[in-house]
Design a protein around this ligand. Structure first.
Ligand code: NOJ
Ligand code: CA
Length: 592
């Protein structure tokens, strides 16, 4: 009996060791072989992924209360899968009083009651996995809600054990401790009567900043990350993560940063140390992806966050592209050569050890087709397809924001009452109520740049309220164009933007050159055409995009010939000699 057991264990050990060795060996072979063939990049699933951002409040309401929820998302997973994406980033779904739509978290281990229960979350995660997709959560840990247990304790007294979880200071000469401003208008400090001290909030008053210099705070964050990772989620998008380390002594914003404080708030000395610690304690133990929202990080500073040899984050969101038309609160427009220049700079700034993201919209920015395309009835569809072509063929992991696959547009706001967003409401108080800006000017700008443009609910069909909800009143009004622009139409139409995204994604999935291929802008100064190649070994693709409604006769530079057409956003016969005759907003991909 004993001998039999020993033999059994011995053979088991042998089996395990050999299979482990074979596995390790295989892995080694694979990676050295692929690195050589992937332009020096180490292959990773998240480099090859296409991410779809879900803003749960506006996705699908399953119970008729006017608010999107988790069962609503689960119900629509086949729709998401149908776009051809393989990762979902879920904007915050945690318990929150919703001062900033969930970016103010009251309990990190609970589901927001409007969105459902933990069982609903588990069902969503299961549904995502069953379809071969992955789920990434939003990690919002620069700040919490003022209703979080830690802050409720912290504000009670100066000697409360949680006092040092947040950033408290006494008045300076009868004023706020420094001149820091909040992104939601006014000072970043709020005087709390209970102890007569100020607390720091870089966002709303109801979003006090955590004190990351306190190791207890960091460990709390690592624990809550493990809580979700152990459930099987596949990573995090990290909200304003470069703000977590504050400059010692909290010095005043120098005058040159007053209009761009984000570039100052990212200069804390311990940022990299904390991220490395987080990586060591948590991230390195799981096969996950991380993407930092790096508002205020320069291109030069990017490798310090994402160089794989530093063990911090996998990727960041750089805001140069998404904010090109509105670097501040004003819409100033943008020019194609400037957009192209950013992509070239990004490509040059990152070597094979760093990885980029490609995105042109999210829940904080206007609709992609309104900001970068042409949302007129004539060109909305071709321009949205052109933008999809670009998004999915530039170098970096693409992020698609919900509704962009339908070509949803900005909303025609008419008055302050049409908005929900705290940023707009506070800006109105600061600018219009003080008569610095007229209501008309304010609304004209808000129509271009307000965050609520992209937060109107998904237009599912042409029934009342676009099939988003059975309630008479969705939390934010539907864009009135839902009768023409909706998912029911789009999923049934082979020529829709939705169907085009799927075709583009199919092409991308089968073409490593679009992931790891070398990027080259062929004609940087051209005002209307964006033409670039992606090259991986013998595989070479040419992308030609006409960023205008004009017909353009385009001759490729240096006598280059176009090759075989792989995909285009227009149907019909295509000439193959001489100049390319591009229709308004035409996009073409050629295999060379
Ligand atoms: C960035 C988020 O994307 C935005 O929606 C939020 O208001 C701020 N961070 C504060 O969390
Ligand atoms: Ca609901």
């Amino acid at each position: 009996m004993r001998i039999a057991r020993a033999v059994f264990f011995l053979s088991l050990m042998l089996l395990l060791t050999t299979s482990f060795m074979i596995g390790a060996d295989k892995k080694k072979q694979n990676s050295s072989k692929s690195v050589a063939t992937l332009n020096g990049y180490e292959p990773k699933w998240w480099k090859e992924a296409v991410v779809y951002q879900v803003y749960p409040r506006s996705f699908k309401d399953s119970n008729g209360d006017g608010i999107g929820d988790l069962p609503g998302i689960t119900e629509k997973l086949d729709y998401i899968k149908g776009i051809g994406v393989n990762v979902i980033w879920l904007s915050p779904h945690f318990d929150s009083p919703n001062a900033d739509n969930g970016y103010d978290i009251r309990d990190y281990r609970k589901v927001m009651k409007e969105f459902g229960t933990m069982e609903d979350f588990d069902a969503l995660l299961k549904g995502v996995k069953q379809r071969g997709m992955r789920l990434v959560l939003d990690l919002v840990v620069n700040h919490t809600s003022d209703e979080h247990r830690w802050f409720v304790e912290s504000r009670k007294s100066k000697d409360n054990p949680y006092r040092d979880y947040y950033i408290w200071r006494g008045a300076k000469d009868g004023h706020e401790p420094n001149n820091w401003t909040s992104f939601f208008s006014g000072s970043a400090w709020k005087l709390d009567p209970a102890t007569n001290e100020y607390y720091l909030h870089l966002f709303a008053e109801k979003q006090p900043d955590l004190n990351w210099d306190n190791p207890k705070v960091r460990n709390e964050v690592y624990d809550l990350m493990k809580f979700w990772l152990d459930k099987g989620v596949d990573g995090f998008r990290m909200d304003v993560i470069p703000f977590i380390s504050k400059k010692p002594g909290l010095p005043d914003l120098p005058p040159e940063y007053m209009n761009r404080p984000q570039y100052f708030y990212t200069q804390g000395p311990h940022l990299h140390e904390y991220l490395q610690e987080m990586n060591k304690h948590v991230l390195s133990k799981y096969d996950v992806m991380t993407v930092g929202e790096a508002f205020g990080v320069t291109l030069e500073g990017t490798p310090d966050l994402v160089d794989e040899r530093r063990h911090e984050l996998d990727m960041i969101f750089n805001f140069d592209v998404v904010r090109i038309g509105h670097p501040g609160r004003q819409w100033i427009g943008w020019k194609l050569p400037d957009l192209k220049a950013i992509y070239t700079q990004q490509d040059k700034a990152l070597d094979v050890h760093s990885w980029n993201t490609i995105f042109m919209s999210n829940h904080d920015n206007p609709r992609v087709v309104s900001a970068f395309g042409d949302d007129s009835p004539e060109y909305r569809v071709p321009s949205a397809k052109l933008l999809a072509t670009m998004l999915l063929t530039l170098k970096g992991t693409p992020f698609i924001y919900q509704g962009d696959e339908l070509g949803m547009t900005n909303y025609p706001f008419k008055s302050l009452e049409d908005f929900d967003d705290i940023e707009i409401k506070n800006a109105w108080k600061e600018l219009v109520e003080t008569k610095k800006v007229t209501p008309e000017e304010f609304l004209a700008q808000a129509n271009k740049v307000a965050r609520d443009n992209s937060r109107t609910p998904i237009q599912w069909d042409d029934s009342a309220n676009g099939g988003f909800t059975t309630s008479a009143k969705p939390w934010l009004a539907m864009n009135p164009n839902y009768r023409e622009i909706n998912a029911k139409q789009a999923t049934g139409d082979p020529d829709s933007i939705y169907s085009y995204f799927r075709k583009m994604n199919d092409l991308r999935r089968s073409t490593k050159a679009f992931v790891y291929g070398e990027y080259k802008d062929l004609d940087p100064a051209n005002q209307k055409v964006f033409a670039y190649t992606r090259t991986l070994g013998k595989e070479k693709y040419l992308v030609v995009l006409n960023f205008s409604k004009d017909e353009v006769s385009y001759t490729l530079p240096q006598g280059m010939k176009a090759g075989v057409l792989s995909l285009s956003n227009y149907s019909g016969k295509e000439e193959n000699t001489g100049a390319l005759k591009l229709k308004g907003w035409e996009a073409r991909i050629y295999k060379m």
